[in-house]
Write a protein that binds this ligand. Structure first.
Ligand code: ATP
Ligand code: MG
Length: 573
């Protein structure tokens, strides 16, 4: 492509809300254009990168036996009502009516549509397994669209769905196969990523993994073990229960059961000072409002050990809510609770509560007495009950539940998600087949997503410097750029043109900067476009030389004109 008549427009300015390098460089480099919150136009450069990412995903998926389809973006509301998600999805789901008053939603994901498709054609176990996918625009009316392509409202997703006769087949021929396929895709894209255990929602279990591109700017916190290969999203991370602090001789904690007057002592910190104990011996109460379908709201209490924090996703799953939100002191008082002095023992019967599993059967604890200015001493938690759930947030330095090693936090960008769905959608949508014994069974499913447009941001977050993005070889909009230093000089322009034709002949994707601009201006643009290599055709022609710049190292290599094409072949090959 010739820069001089291309639709490539770089700029010095980035929008004021752009804070991440990926957002800034995608806009400044003329890859995308913002046209509203979470809405972007892809310009020629951005479109080229997007197509490269899409093509790699497609190649690997097709070779794994998946079949590409393309379902309607506008989806009938009835399907969402059948699955029960019409309500549950909340405000991210854009609902609208057509001129005949029929209700539709813009697809934020396509489980219902895909199940609806398959249930009409697949009637027998002989037609299974089946893996269908699409690479298609999605719309989610995100509450906080931000960071450019990272969290858009309209975005491009690869979404795939597999259908199986039983769980074993789904795990082997669906989930595990997609895990391998996704690993190949992200490796080919040139990314440094990790596969982590992920939140599986209220269903629980270990049937969900996320592919995380490691980057400091990532929105997700990942818990990683220093000693083994354990890695999990903090929303799903496990740890060994915290241990009692080692007491010196004669300093063992002794408690006399009963209520203790603790005026104005309403935080864990104050409680520890007051009783001269470690937070390990206290119980922390966290009150939330849980939101359910049809606008139902319930007050819920969560109890964790005082040295630990509540993990909200885990807490939300434990009460099977759609969402948890904060609750005011007034609302707590109205419900008969005593803020600052809430505890698991002696609660009114109508209060829903969950206790962290690490507290099961624990003794010598201090907790709120549900009475103003009082704490209960020597509290003992039963060792059975339906109210236990994993609620704690894993902190740095906690011990790995697999090997005992030390856990630490790192940041990641979720670029892929694979999920064992089971019969979550096939049952309500009555998508069934006849098994070997002629018995009707719901399909056992898996669902698999990749954030295709988010990947552009993720690649840059992992690959950039202070001058611009540094595309990986597989994702760069062009393999190489030729800068003609001064187009007024015929020898420079002619050599540039000649190299351009030769490289094109070899199917090397080349951009030639033949604009009437100064060299300094052109090299700045080159750096902002992030193309892996650049040939500078300039004054050195006189010595029979050109220069090749490596965008990553910014190192320059002088090379004789007759060797430049073979050198480029080597570099980009
Ligand atoms: P997140 O936790 O980041 O909101 P999600 O769990 O809602 O993601 P999925 O429903 O699993 O995401 O969607 C599959 C993939 O689509 C994600 O792994 C992510 O890469 C991408 N994705 C999700 N939401 C967005 C968005 N708003 N903008 C761009 N990509 C997105
Ligand atoms: Mg989301």
């Amino acid at each position: 492509m010739r820069f001089s008549n291309s639709f490539i427009y770089t700029s010095k300015e980035a929008p004021s809300d752009a804070t991440l390098p990926s957002h800034i460089y995608l806009i400044r480099g003329g890859f995308i254009q913002g046209i509203g919150a979470g809405l972007y136009n892809f310009l020629p450069l951005g479109k080229r990168v997007l197509e490269k990412v899409r093509a790699i995903a497609k190649e690997e998926l097709d070779s794994a036996g998946c079949q590409e389809v393309e379902l309607s973006f506008v989806t009938p509301s009835e399907l969402w009502m059948e699955s029960g998600r019409f309500e549950k999805y909340g405000k991210e789901l854009l609902r609208f009516k057509d001129r005949k008053d029929a209700e539709f939603v813009l697809g934020p994901t396509h489980e219902e549509m895909m199940v609806n498709l398959v249930r009409q054609y697949v009637k027998s176990y002989k037609q299974l397994p089946l893996n269908l996918y699409q690479i298609k625009t999605k719309f989610r009316d995100e509450i906080r669209p931000r960071f450019g392509l990272m969290r858009g409202r309209e975005f491009l997703m690869k979404d795939g769905y597999s259908f199986h006769k039983d769980e074993a087949d789904m795990v082997e021929n669906g989930f595990n196969k997609m895990k391998d396929t996704y690993s190949k895709i992200f490796t080919r894209l040139g990314l440094d990523f990790r596969i982590v255990d992920a939140d599986s929602g209220a269903i629980g279990g270990s049937g969900s993994k996320e592919f995380m591109v490691l980057a400091d700017s990532g929105e997700d916190t990942i818990v990683v073990c220093k000693s083994c290969d354990y890695a999990a999203n903090i929303e799903a991370a496990k740890r060994s229960p915290t241990k009692a602090p080692i007491a010196k001789e004669g300093e063992e904690v002794e408690m006399t059961p009963g209520l203790f007057n603790t005026p104005n002592i309403s935080t864990i910190e104050d409680l520890c000072k007051f009783f001269h104990i470690d937070a390990y011996y206290t119980i922390k109460a966290v009150a939330k409002k849980a939101l359910y379908d049809d606008g139902v709201e319930k007050l819920v209490l969560f109890f964790v050990r005082g040295d630990s924090d509540l993990e909200e996703t885990k807490a939300c799953n434990s009460v099977e809510a759609n969402e948890l939100i904060d609750i005011s002191e007034e609302e707590l008082i109205e419900a008969g609770l005593v803020p600052g002095f809430m505890g698991p023992i002696g609660l009114q019967e109508d209060i829903i509560y969950k206790i962290d599993s690490e507290l099961k059967g624990q003794k010598t604890l201090i907790a709120g007495a549900n009475k103003k200015d009082y704490h209960a001493i020597d509290v003992q938690i039963p060792d059975y009950g339906a109210f236990f759930a994993d609620l704690v947030a894993v902190s740095e330095g906690d011990c790995c539940s697999s090997c005992g090693g030390s856990l630490y936090h790192t940041k990641g960008i979720e670029v892929g998600h694979i999920f064992q769905l089971g019969t979550k959608y096939s049952e309500p949508l009555k998508a069934e087949f006849l098994d070997e014994n002629g018995k009707r069974q719901p399909f056992v499913m898996g669902t698999y997503g990749i954030g295709i447009s988010r990947l552009l941001a993720a690649i840059i977050e992992q690959n950039h410097d202070e001058r611009g993005p540094i595309w990986t070889k597989a994702t760069a909009p062009f393999d190489i750029e030729i800068i003609v230093s001064n187009i007024k000089k015929d020898d420079e322009l002619n050599l540039g043109d000649k190299l351009y034709s030769q490289l094109k002949e070899l199917n090397i994707e080349t951009l030639i900067d033949d604009r009437k601009e100064r060299f300094g201006f052109k090299i700045k643009d080159y750096e902002l476009l992030g193309i892996p290599y650049c040939i500078i055709v300039g004054k050195k022609i006189a010595d029979g030389l050109v220069e090749i710049v490596d965008r990553r190292s910014l190192e320059k290599e002088e090379i004789s004109i007759d060797q430049v094409v073979s050198r480029v072949k080597e570099l980009v090959g």
